[in-house]
Write a protein of this length. Structure first.
Lengths: 272, 291, 375
């Protein structure tokens, strides 16, 4: 078990090559001098320069970030409430429907979610724009947040909340002072998840965006339908870069924290 | 009181922005197309009596009569099923090797599998366009290696769709299988070998059955979203690749036939209910087994 | 000297601090507490003892306010507390898991309850410092719970629940997470702190030694009912039922029929062709009533010859010997198949065992050594 067999080494190598090679190639070609994506004509960063000149992309990027920040914040609040209701709410009328509505969007094809929200917005006469995208994104990402937060709440030692009540807290204070600080990491990862889902989303945004607001994925999609372009490669590289740095630093921080915790515990056990 | 507010807010939100839209989709699927805004009749403005009497199943009859639609459903099911099997074949060895890797590597390997999740789906699909095209990276490589004489046509075929689905969904397959294999007690394999199994027999008789739950969960996690997939067939697939997500999109954006688009969505939902219910049952049973 | 003995339960004028009156608690169909009536007095160290699922934790959670009463009432200092939510009760609880807030320092954990009461900063600091001193935690005030040992965590939990000076402190298996050595030391510490603060303690435990060591009175519970409430000595020496006799410590139970012989003395016929056993009992038994004689193993002597002048002596064969270090227990099989355990203390370091397997021996005890029980 200590040494991997040749079979396992091969599957890991091939597997991760399969997962990462396409992105590596994409990144490499974003530095290609030639407009022809397939011919290597020397190193250049000119596509990044052109990207920064492209106002349509910059506008779309701004809209996308705005939508993502607002919708993920709303989604985090609503999703955390929903998770608390699911795990701690006890029984109430329509509980089954509620949990159904939390889990359904996770498996719902995006085309259906997008179509249904669009029909709603048109039905109530809401003009499509940033607001409608925010509403749509909040709705589906709150479900992801609530799944992340509720799985944390399920392992949460309930006696901590009881101890807070026992020491004189109202139930809201118990949540604010004890539960929330302890589940904060899950709430933060819920926010991050909601944020990336919103950044990524093409289909639902396409249905709910109006002419006044276009998001980056919509822009990318209409550009790449016409074929591969070096500008999009440059844009993709930037996005991949941000995500990679973000995820790696997040996991390093959490690893450092758990190592420190472990060390503290060992030290405490020794001095006992 | 506090509790009521706590429940009411997310509940009302989901009712308004998840359930009611579905009711509307269902209603519009029973309506007729009209050259108006909104482009369907009846609307509730027509009065309640005429409103209900004007609803019918015409659109569903139309879906059944035009073979484009049921061919698209069948083709989606087939593509989703085949890609699920392919994803399993690609994902299982990776998950297995991860579970056999030294303990201290596993968190890093996990992170490497999860990392693509956080990268844009669209970009990951797009990356394959440059690789699979006629003069793309793959063809250049194969020509250079002398394996082929003329470039292959892969982009804009169903093969490209399979590659795209396997690529984007393989983490969904790896994670549950890895979770199952990671829990598997190594001494079970040793016991099987001690009792006279060959390596392969032990794998077949012990490892596979004990990772069954992971395989089932992973397969559903790939099959369900693949069935309604839109981005992959529209970027990698060709005109011959029929998938229902794409049909719905085109019905809506290109033909502007909202009632038919809604009917397509309703049928897709009905088809999806079966795997979703099966998946839920499997998850529940697994949770009970662990409890 | 009689006045100094702490026994408020024997004083009819004493008002109980806690009064359970015909309390029943149901969870759906399941009856967790069955029509229970019980008084607990101020300054008592009261132990609820029983196997898991006997309802002791439910009783404690009803006192803390985390469970409601299905029927009956619970009074605290003469007031029904059914409608008082947990955060308004002058009752604090020390949780089995300690439930220390992991994101707060030891100091902040102890201060947590005090801060709810808008205590002036100076008083708060003084109170926390006092609590830190009481539990010998001064050095650890700034540490987080994961930075201290299990025993220290236990003391933080105790300090936190005592900080608000509750009328009543509930302790849910307070020593369950500690190892055996630490547990003994902590038991005395708990008693010490209880005495110093004068708080009424109610402790839930499944460990009978713990209950016997710390408690002024013990309630032995089974299936939602209190089987007996008494001081540890009375629970051990004068159990009222076979269940209690059997639950606490080791015991020999001999079933038979009683024959009154006058002056609280009874003969018990227990096996064909055997001399009846002689037992003393305050409780009356009728002629031919079926009864059980409970005798603790340490009250049974074992000898090679029939001892003279004892009330009961029966011959048997040594079946097994359990050497426990400080004690040895002999399992003696009587002619009818009944097995009697006899315990002797190993008071000398090197002594040869007098008896070995298959030896024929006499087991003997006095009439007052055992307790005669109806059920």
């Amino acid at each position: 078990m200590n040494r991997l067999s040749w079979f396992n080494v091969t599957s890991l190598t091939l597997g991760f090559a399969f997962l990462y090679l396409p992105m590596v190639i994409l990144v490499l070609y974003s530095f290609n001098e030639s407009k022809l994506v397939t011919v290597w004509a020397g190193f250049s960063t000119k596509w990044y320069g052109e990207l920064l000149q492209n106002e349509a992309f910059l506008d779309a990027a701004w809209v996308t970030i705005k939508v993502a920040v607002i919708s993920s914040t709303f989604a985090t609040v609503l999703g955390t409430m929903a998770a608390y209701v699911l795990v701690r709410g006890g029984r109430f009328l329509g509980r089954t429907l509620f949990s159904g509505m939390i889990y359904a969007p996770l498996v719902m094809p995006e085309v259906i979610t997008g179509l249904s929200l669009l029909l709603l917005f048109i039905g109530i006469g809401l003009d499509r724009g940033v607001l409608t995208i925010v509403l749509a994104h909040t709705t589906f990402s709150m479900c992801y947040v609530s799944v992340v937060v509720s799985s944390r709440l399920m392992t949460f030692d309930r006696s901590l909340e009881e101890a807070a009540l026992d020491l004189g807290c109202s139930s809201f204070d118990a949540f604010r002072l004890v539960t929330l600080p302890i589940i904060a990491p899950a709430v933060i990862s819920g926010w991050l998840l909601a944020f990336t889902l919103s950044l990524d989303d093409l289909v639902i945004a396409s249905f709910t965006a109006g002419p006044s607001a276009t998001t980056l994925p919509i822009k990318i999609f209409s550009a790449v339908r016409l074929g591969v372009s070096p500008e999009i490669n440059a844009l993709s590289t930037i996005m991949i870069g941000i995500v990679t740095v973000g995820v790696i630093s997040a996991s390093l921080i959490s690893k450092r924290n758990s190592l420190r915790q472990q060390r503290d515990e060992q030290a405490a056990a020794r001095t006992a | 009181m506090q509790r009521f507010v706590l429940i009411a807010i997310p509940y009302a939100w989901l009712l308004a922005l998840f359930l009611i839209p579905f009711v509307i989709v269902f209603k519009i699927s029973l309506s007729d197309i009209a050259l108006a805004i909104p482009p369907y009749t009846p609307t509730l403005g027509d009065g309640v009596g005429p409103f209900f009497s004007a609803l019918d199943f015409e659109n569903f009859a139309f879906l059944a009569s035009d073979d484009l639609y049921w061919k698209a459903y069948i083709s989606s099911l087939r593509i989703a099923a085949i890609s699920t099997i392919l994803t399993l074949l690609v994902g299982y060895p990776i998950a297995y090797a991860m579970a056999r890797a030294p303990e201290e590597w596993r968190p890093t390997l996990m992170m490497l599998v999860i990392l693509p999740f956080w990268t844009s789906f669209l970009i990951r699909v797009y990356a394959w366009m440059g690789i699979l095209s006629q003069e793309g990276f793959l063809n250049q490589f194969l020509l250079w290696a002398g394996l082929i004489d003329a470039p292959l046509t892969i982009l804009n075929t169903t093969t490209a769709v399979y590659i795209g689905i396997v690529y984007t969904y393989v983490p969904f397959m790896i994670l549950p299988i890895f979770a199952a294999l990671d829990r598997l007690d190594g001494s079970l394999i040793e016991a099987a070998e001690d009792l006279g199994c060959s390596r392969l027999q032990a794998f077949w008789l012990v490892t596979i059955p004990l990772s069954k739950n992971g395989i089932i969960a992973g397969s559903f996690l790939v099959f369900i979203p693949a069935l309604g997939e839109f981005v992959i067939p529209s970027l990698l697939g060709g005109s011959g690749t029929l998938m229902i997500g794409k049909v719905l999109w085109e019905e809506f954006f290109n033909n502007r036939d909202w009632p038919v688009a809604s009917a397509v969505a309703v049928i897709l939902l009905l088809i999806l209910i079966i795997p979703i219910v099966l998946f839920q049952r499997n998850q529940q049973r697994q949770a009970e087994e662990e409890a | 000297m009689a006045e100094t003995v702490f026994a408020p339960w024997d004083d009819p004028n004493e008002k109980p601090l806690i009064r359970f009156q015909n309390v029943t608690k149901r969870f759906g169909e399941f009856v967790a507490i069955d029509d229970l009536t019980l008084d607990i007095f101020e300054r008592e160290f009261f132990a609820l003892l029983g196997p898991s699922g006997c309802g002791k934790t439910t009783m404690m959670r009803m006192l803390a306010g985390f469970e409601t009463v299905s029927e009956g009432s619970i009074e605290l200092a003469g007031q029904d507390i059914a409608a008082v939510p947990p955060n308004k009760r002058a009752v604090n609880m020390m949780f089995q898991s300690y439930a220390l807030f992991p994101h707060l320092s030891v100091y902040e954990n102890i201060a947590f309850g005090l801060r709810r009461g808008n205590m002036p900063k100076h008083d708060l600091d003084a109170r926390v410092t006092e609590m830190l001193k009481l539990t010998r935690l001064e050095k650890f005030a700034r540490r987080k719970p994961h930075q201290i040992s299990g025993g220290q965590r236990q003391r933080v939990a105790l300090a936190r629940s005592l900080a608000k000076a509750p009328k009543l402190l509930l302790l849910d298996e307070p020593l369950g997470a500690l190892d055996a050595k630490l547990r003994q030391a902590t038991q005395f510490e708990l008693m010490d702190i209880q005495e110093k603060t004068g708080t009424t303690f109610v402790i839930v435990t499944h460990d009978q030694e713990e209950a016997m060591t710390v408690a002024s009175r013990v309630a032995v519970m089974d299936e939602g009912r209190v089987m007996q409430v008494a001081t540890p000595e009375r629970i051990y020496e004068a159990p009222e039922s076979v269940y209690v006799a059997d639950f606490i410590g080791d015991v020999n139970i001999v079933a038979g029929q009683s024959t009154p012989m006058g002056e609280d003395r009874y003969h018990i016929s227990w096996a064909e062709g055997q001399q009846p056993l002689v037992a003393a009992s305050d409780r009356p038994f009728t002629d031919g009533q079926s009864c059980h004689l409970a005798v603790r193993p340490e009250k049974i002597a074992i000898s090679a010859e029939r001892p003279a002048d004892v009330d009961n002596a029966v011959q048997g064969k040594v079946l097994d010997i359990a050497y426990l270090g400080n004690l040895s227990t002999y399992y003696v099989e009587l002619p009818g198949g009944q097995i009697i355990k006899s315990q002797t203390a190993n008071t000398r370091r090197i002594s040869r065992r007098t008896f070995t397997w298959e030896d024929t021996v006499w087991v003997s005890w006095t009439a007052t050594a055992g307790v005669l029980l109806a059920q």
